[in-house]
Design a binder for this molecule. Structure first.
Ligand SMILES: [Fe+2]
Length: 348
């Protein structure tokens, strides 16, 4: 254990102080988490876990290169559990061989099959819808479909971030899974021709552009609406959020495309038993509700409720497409973004 802590320098100080301050807790061991999610987002969750089990948690936050770090550390990696967002990253971790399968019934029972790897290498914990932000002022309709975004009636009205961003690749991959490659190529070309400008900025920037009158529709994830509504650091974001309504595409047919935040057990996890205990806790309705509340996402399991802020966006009916099918179509989606010249924006 000391060996692992030495390697886990950032968290090591906290772990050592626990040795003296809270001996019994350390006696229950620890678990090391490599996370793409900000520490403050997962802290309440980990605190609740430690309180229940006495198992200490150490978090190493990275904003890039997490998979490569684990790969480079090899068999000596102190990583037990990987925390990340997006099906692209989760499936990539499996493909790199840095994860191992888990088949605990307590986990599987709480996470619907469509949101976990068929081989048990990754598990969704929360879902986020990829929705349409629509100007309250300029858009009368309250329903929409993804297919409709290619309709010329929206010419010059739509804003979106880079087509190569993971969030859009997953959406485009879902279109391929539902309609095939040829349809999706035509659809992407139609969407590109409806753009108000070249793909640019992040999801929140699309809401800002609607607020500024540059476009009427934007594509974005649900949780950014909560992040904008509650943003005390940049209160102007509250105005952006106030200017839009959330439309859940395809609510009347197959449902809205959703992606996940999730977890995976690291291949060489030195504290495997504790990591599996943490995975069980995270999959439980208690764990999911704490997590979903912090990040303005939807808890994934049956019988769990989103926060009041998230409920305020409206009801979501998630597309039932298994996420591994989306993962399998991501590469083709990326190629279509290139062949359609999506990044060049509308033809002038
Ligand atoms: Fe995001």
């Amino acid at each position: 254990m000391t060996h692992a802590i030495d390697r886990f320098r950032r968290a090591g100080i906290a772990a050592f102080s626990l040795t003296f301050l809270a001996g019994p807790a350390l006696a229950e061991g620890e678990v090391n988490i490599y996370s793409y999610r900000q520490p403050d987002l997962i802290e309440p969750l980990l605190d609740a876990f430690t309180e229940q089990t006495g198992i200490a948690t150490n978090v190493l936050f990275l904003n890039k290169g997490l998979e490569e770090k684990i790969e480079a550390e090899g068999v000596n990696s102190p990583a037990d559990l990987i925390f990340t967002v997006d099906i692209g990253r989760l499936s990539n971790a499996k493909a790199k061989g840095i994860t191992q399968p888990v088949s605990e019934e307590a986990i599987n029972a709480n996470i619907p099959e469509q949101f976990r790897d068929p081989d048990g290498h990754w598990f969704g914990l929360t879902t986020r819808g990829r929705v349409v932000y629509a100007s309250k002022e300029r858009v009368g309709q309250d329903t929409i479909t993804y297919e409709e975004l290619a309709d010329p009636k929206w010419k010059g009205k739509i804003c979106i971030r880079s087509g190569q961003h993971a969030y859009n690749l997953a959406l485009f991959a879902s279109m391929i899974a539902h309609h095939g490659e040829d349809y999706t190529k035509t659809w992407l070309t139609g969407l590109k021709n409806n753009l108000a400008r070249k793909p640019d900025g992040n999801d929140r920037a699309q809401a800002k552009a609607i607020y500024a009158g540059e476009c009427d529709l934007g594509i974005g994830n649900t949780y950014y609406v909560g992040l904008m509504q509650t943003n005390e650091k940049e209160p102007e974001q509250k105005d952006w959020a106030e200017s839009i309504k959330v439309l859940f595409p395809n609510a009347e047919d197959r449902g809205t495309h959703v992606n996940i935040s999730g977890m995976a057990l690291a291949k060489h996890a030195p504290n495997k038993d504790n990591a599996v205990k943490l995975m069980e806790f995270l999959a439980s309705s208690q764990g999911q509700e704490i997590y979903a509340e912090q990040v303005f996402e939807y808890p994934i399991g049956p019988g769990t409720e989103p926060s009041d802020i998230v409920k305020g966006f409206g009801d979501i009916k998630p597309d039932s497409l298994p996420l591994d099918e989306i993962a399998n179509n991501r590469k083709t989606a990326s190629e279509l973004v290139d062949t359609t010249g999506f990044q060049d924006g509308p033809a002038s």
